[in-house]
Design a protein around this ligand. Structure first.
Ligand SMILES: Nc1nc2c(ncn2[C@@H]2O[C@H](COP(=O)(O)OP(=O)(O)OP(=O)(O)O)[C@@H](O)[C@H]2O)c(=O)[nH]1
Ligand SMILES: [Mg+2]
Length: 444
């Protein structure tokens, strides 16, 4: 199967179904009224990251993705069926861009992740929806909302923990086949590897994915050779292994050329942790080795591992150096995930007040006033109250009772219309109360 890491797709959601204009016409049902149902919703276009895909090759053959439109409404107030969604299955690590290829819509970085790219149109209302006392026979309905359409650019950036970078023939594929079960093509001509290859490496207690990327040459950022488009696959790596062919004459210059390409590519590749290795040590004459190693150390400004992908010399030390960086990043990400988790919602009053110290204390309910702290009771009434705090209404009745007991207060009079100052309501004419009142006056 061919590897494809960029694809262009035309996607369209489904349009909403039209509302229906219908009237009920049935034996023995007079004035049947409006009877048209609403249209169904159009389907969405949804991207889904799946684990069992490694390439975007499916979109070479399926360049149009369309969701189904909703069905129109029908008589008997039947709503039309909703259109089915179109699910775009993409490999984990796919970035979805707008047509310009620069504006990122979503990065499908986690397995199982789903994202709605285009929304289906809503169905239009049928005429039954519009019936009202003032319009009992609406003879109109709404059309469904139109579909959305878009051209999307999909870019796959493989999820690898480490990437192999170097000139063609540096021995990258040989190294990958040495440390993993992957079997990439190996040959002594440049650009043997034309697409990234992945392998799973196990060293001590760490497992990680290593990506072998096609070779870079001077001017790759301008498109020379295979260009730098495969460098995107190293963007997500925790570390890169820079292999330099030790049988070459100018190791320092080779190293600098590749570094320049990484800097020209950008996207933070140049600042990634790098492990530098002088490869093919089995084929380097003894007297040249120290000189080449020193030159490379000077150029890179860091420790240089001397290895051989064929004999396996020094390979484990390189893998351990990479595993260190990978473990560091994994720990860092685990920390980030832990702190990014939203705090649980406070449930009890005590929890809520612990979160917000400024939150007002909830007013005590009647009868439970004894449990209210003294500070709060003082705040509520300006004059200090002896004994337990009471709500204002209770305090009034308590005062009245106290006055009665002391004989200072007047006895409470029954409420009459005169006392309250309100006129007594006259009975309605023709009512029974009016008849009674009439009888009363007649008797007098
Ligand atoms: N002596 C020796 N030869 C090696 C070593 N590693 C790789 N080679 C040889 O170098 C040549 C190129 O090796 P590859 O692994 O295909 O190199 P590459 O970096 O993947 O090359 P491209 O895919 O073209 O970028 C092959 O002939 C290998 O046998 C090594 O450690 N020692
Ligand atoms: Mg190769």
């Amino acid at each position: 199967m061919r590897f494809l890491d960029v694809a262009k797709v035309y996607a369209a959601s489904g349009a909403g179904g039209n509302g229906c204009i219908a009237f009920r016409r049935e034996k023995f049902i007079e004035y049947g009224g409006p009877y048209g149902g609403d249209g169904g919703r159009g389907g969405d276009v949804i991207a889904e990251a799946v684990e069992n895909l490694n390439t975007l090759i499916d979109y070479r053959f399926q360049q149009h993705v369309k969701a189904k439109s909703g069905e129109g409404g029908k008589g008997k107030v039947m709503t039309g069926a909703g259109g089915a969604d179109a699910i775009m299955k993409v490999p984990v690590g796919t970035e979805i861009y707008e047509e310009d290829g620069e504006s990122l819509i979503v990065d499908m970085a986690t397995p199982g992740m789903r994202y709605r790219l285009l929304k289906g149109g809503n169905g239009g209302f049928g005429n039954a929806h519009f019936k009202s006392p003032t319009n009992q026979a609406p003879d109109f309905a709404m059309p469904g909302q139109p579909a959305e359409e878009k051209i999307l650019i999909l870019k796959l950036k493989l999820i690898a923990d480490a990437g192999l970078i170097g000139m063609p023939n540096a021995g990258k594929s040989t190294f990958l086949s040495r440390v993993s079960a992957a079997r990439p093509k190996i040959a002594d001509y440049p650009f043997t590897t034309l697409e990234p290859q992945l392998g799973v490496v196990k060293i001590d207690e760490t497992d990680f994915v290593l990506a072998d990327l096609p070779g870079l040459i001077e001017g790759a950022h301008e498109g020379v050779g295979l260009g730098d488009r495969f460098l995107g696959h190293a963007e997500r790596c925790a570390t890169i292994l820079h292999l330099v062919d030790g049988t070459g004459d100018e190791v320092a210059k080779t190293y600098k050329t590749i570094r320049k390409e990484l800097e020209a590519y950008g996207h933070g590749l140049a600042s990634k942790p790098e492990v530098v290795a002088l490869n093919k040590v089995d084929a380097i004459p003894e007297k040249e080795l120290a000189k080449k190693k020193a030159a490379l150390e000077k150029a890179s400004g860091q420790q240089v591992h001397v290895i051989s992908g064929v004999t396996g010399a020094g390979v484990n030390a390189v893998l351990r150096a990479m595993a260190r960086e990978i473990t560091r990043r994994r720990l860092h990400r685990a920390d980030e995930r832990q702190y990014a988790r939203p705090a649980p919602m406070p449930r009890t009053r005590a929890e809520r007040q612990a979160v917000n110290y400024q939150a007002p204390v909830v007013a005590p309910s009647r009868g439970k006033s004894e449990s209210v702290p003294a500070k709060v009771a003082v705040k509520k009434s300006a004059a200090p109250v002896k004994g337990p705090a009471k709500s204002p209404r209770r305090m009034d009745t308590a005062k009245v009772k106290a006055k009665k007991a002391a004989g200072t207060g007047k006895a409470l009079k029954p409420r009459t219309a005169k006392a309250s100052g309100k006129a007594k309501a006259r009975p309605r004419i023709g009512s029974r109360a009016a008849a009674r009142a009439k009888k009363k006056t007649a008797r007098r």
